[in-house]
Design a protein around this ligand. Structure first.
Ligand SMILES: N[C@@H](CCC(=O)N[C@@H](CS)C(=O)NCC(=O)O)C(=O)O
Length: 201
């Protein structure tokens, strides 16, 4: 299978970390695809009309996006699960994933906005206010989250943490969230994270 990929994309990294955790990384061929919200990649639009990466192309031509759908597909190829199949644990995992994933979406919008001239101060303020709500929420929950197996939520939280280090060092999230910081350090030592480090290339 082929994955539209970039070394800087946190959502691509999320998929690749999941693929490593599931033991499937060597079945994925990466295709370097350059995307930007202001410059849609025209060739990619034919496979994913949203023009976003990650986009996965299967051997039979089936196309899958977005990152959660791709991860659920990868999961279907293995016994190992990243999302509990049923019950309260499933809803908890999906809700925690939605928190981290929505946060990541917002960080990307924030980065775009702060590079725009003139930026909307109302949007910048709203992004900061939401970040000031999300970080304590993650800090409060990380103990319970860490007590469970590695899954979709843990992977996405770690990707959001690494993305903040990469694009928002000024947020100082690690000193604001000591429990999250300690957990992140442990998670970053996993081979799946080591094999997928973000490269600014
Ligand atoms: N919800 C999507 C988000 C993917 C996304 O935002 N990807 C960014 C790169 S990290 C992208 O392709 N941006 C180009 C664009 O929005 O036009 C997912 O989970 O896969």
């Amino acid at each position: 299978m082929k994955l539209h990929w970039s070394p800087r994309s946190p959502f691509v990294r999320k998929v690749m970390v999941a693929a490593h955790e599931l033991g499937l990384a060597d079945r994925i061929t990466t295709i370097r695809t350059v995307v930007a919200m202001t410059k849609p990649a025209r060739e990619l639009l034919q496979e994913n009309p949203l023009g976003k990466i990650p986009t996965l192309v299967l051997e039979d031509g089936t196309i899958l996006y977005d990152s959660q759908v791709i991860i659920e597909y990868l999961e279907s190829l293995t016994e190992r699960k990243l999302i509990p199949p049923a019950g309260p644990a499933r809803w908890q995992e999906l809700r925690r994933h939605a928190l981290a994933n929505g946060f990541l979406d917002m960080l990307i919008l924030w980065r775009n906005e702060r590079e725009r001239t003139p930026a909307s101060q109302a949007l910048l303020d709203a992004f900061r206010l939401k970040t000031d709500a999300v970080l304590p929420a993650l800090e409060a929950e990380i103990g319970d989250i860490a007590a469970g197996p590695v899954g979709l939520a843990q992977i996405t939280i770690a990707i959001a943490g690494a993305y903040m280090d990469f694009r928002f060092p000024d947020l100082g999230w690690r000193s604001r969230c000591p429990k999250l910081d300690a957990w992140q350090r442990g998670f970053e030592a996993r081979p799946s994270m080591q094999a997928t480090a973000i490269v600014d290339a």
